[in-house]
Design a protein around this ligand. Structure first.
Ligand SMILES: NC(=O)C1=CN([C@@H]2O[C@H](COP(=O)(O)OP(=O)(O)OC[C@H]3O[C@@H](n4cnc5c(N)ncnc54)[C@H](OP(=O)(O)O)[C@@H]3O)[C@@H](O)[C@H]2O)C=CC1
Ligand SMILES: CC(=O)N[C@@H](CCC(=O)OP(=O)(O)O)C(=O)O
Length: 309
């Protein structure tokens, strides 16, 4: 029998994009509730308990509530929110994190989807820590820009409707100025870095896409590697992946700029190794769609692993 899938929050930004990706599939039964019932706890309880897998596309508190509402029913979960990303009982839903991670996701009852910035950050940092090139206490900085859909329905309205009292008119803005962005804990936990990274995110006036920059001083890394060594370590880690690719050094060297919308509408992620060989520095850049590999695409990738599809 086809597994029953319920998307709690199916009418929100992330939920709608998951529905789009799943609606024509015949190997699953997609459950759906009328939009006017989306905040009705009784109806949600019934759907959550009947589903084989529930995908939570809700604010953190509502996601925690959904898990409680299904208690004892055996429902498996994929949570797109921040609520469970550092919870020890939840499997981190980043299949490319390490050998064996995809198998852990496939067998898990509780899977937490990474945040969008975290996906790019962890993709760059984790393999370098694991192979020993990046010391765990390296003073990491991460600078990123996201499309405005990353802020969900509210930010979309603020960016697109100039008549709102809380409209945002800036073409680009920096935020999380207190350096306390909610993705920092999951980045630390799932990369193994021990010094809290300085993370400076920003939003641009484009809907979907993201660049995550990780600038590094090569002489502060173990053995003072070359750019080529860093590229080789990332390429080795992601060999064979159809979703995450490491751009050849020669191709990156010929680029004058990177476009955050490059992978808009896809579920892929590209990693660039930029800089000038011999100059002692490297800038690693992850390019992804915040709603693709950064959210909805990753949720579907995890679902496929969990149903063995
Ligand atoms: N947008 C992105 O790029 C990413 C988002 N995420 C995470 O995914 C989750 C969803 O985000 P996003 O889709 O952007 O958010 P949206 O605000 O676009 O959608 C959230 C949906 O959840 C519904 N909802 C809110 N509170 C409740 C509640 N108490 N009970 C039932 N339904 C509720 C909302 O209904 P209503 O319309 O009534 O408000 C809305 O349909 C969040 O945790 C977010 O942090 C993760 C990665 C990337
Ligand atoms: C542009 C923007 O506002 N982005 C969101 C993060 C989007 C994301 O990854 O979602 P999670 O909330 O699930 O972690 C933010 O910075 O809070």
């Amino acid at each position: 029998m086809a597994p029953k899938i319920f998307i709690d929050g199916e009418h929100g930004t992330t939920g709608l994009q998951i529905v789009e990706r799943l609606q024509n599939r015949s190997d699953i039964e997609l459950m759906s509730m009328p939009p006017e019932k989306r905040r009705d706890a009784d109806v949600r309880t019934q759907f959550l308990r009947e589903a084989d897998i529930a995908i939570l596309c809700l604010p953190d508190d509502a996601a925690r509530e959904s898990v409680k509402l299904a208690e004892g029913a055996g429902t498996r979960f994929i949570d797109a929110s921040t609520a469970h990303r550092t919870h020890p009982d939840w499997t981190f839903g980043f299949a490319e994190l390490a050998d064996g991670q995809a198998a852990k996701i496939a067998a898990a009852q509780y899977v937490s989807n990474p945040g969008c910035y975290s996906t790019g950050s962890i993709a760059l940092i984790a393999p370098l820590v694991a192979c020993g090139l990046l010391p765990a206490d390296y003073p990491v900085t991460i600078n990123a820009v996201s499309g405005y859909t990353g802020g969900g329905k509210q930010m979309i309205a603020q960016m697109e409707d100039a008549t709102r009292e809380d409209a945002i008119t800036a073409p680009y803005f920096a935020y999380a100025l207190t350096l306390a962005h909610k993705h920092v804990p999951e980045i630390m936990r799932h990369t193994g870095i021990t010094r809290r990274p300085v993370f400076t995110p920003a939003v641009g006036r484009f809907a979907q896409g993201m660049l995550v920059n990780l600038p590094l001083h090569l002489d502060l890394m173990t053995g003072a590697p070359s750019m080529g060594d860093v590229h080789a370590a990332l390429s080795q880690h992601y060999r064979g992946s159809e979703i995450v690719s490491v751009v050849p050094l020669a191709e990156s060297a010929g680029l004058a700029r990177l476009d955050p919308e490059e992978l808009k509408g896809t579920d892929r992620m590209k990693l660039y190794v930029c800089g000038t060989e011999g100059a002692g520095q490297v800038n690693l850049v992850a390019s992804l769609d915040n709603l693709g590999k950064g959210a909805s695409g990753a949720a579907v990738q995890n679902l496929n692993l969990m149903i063995g599809g």
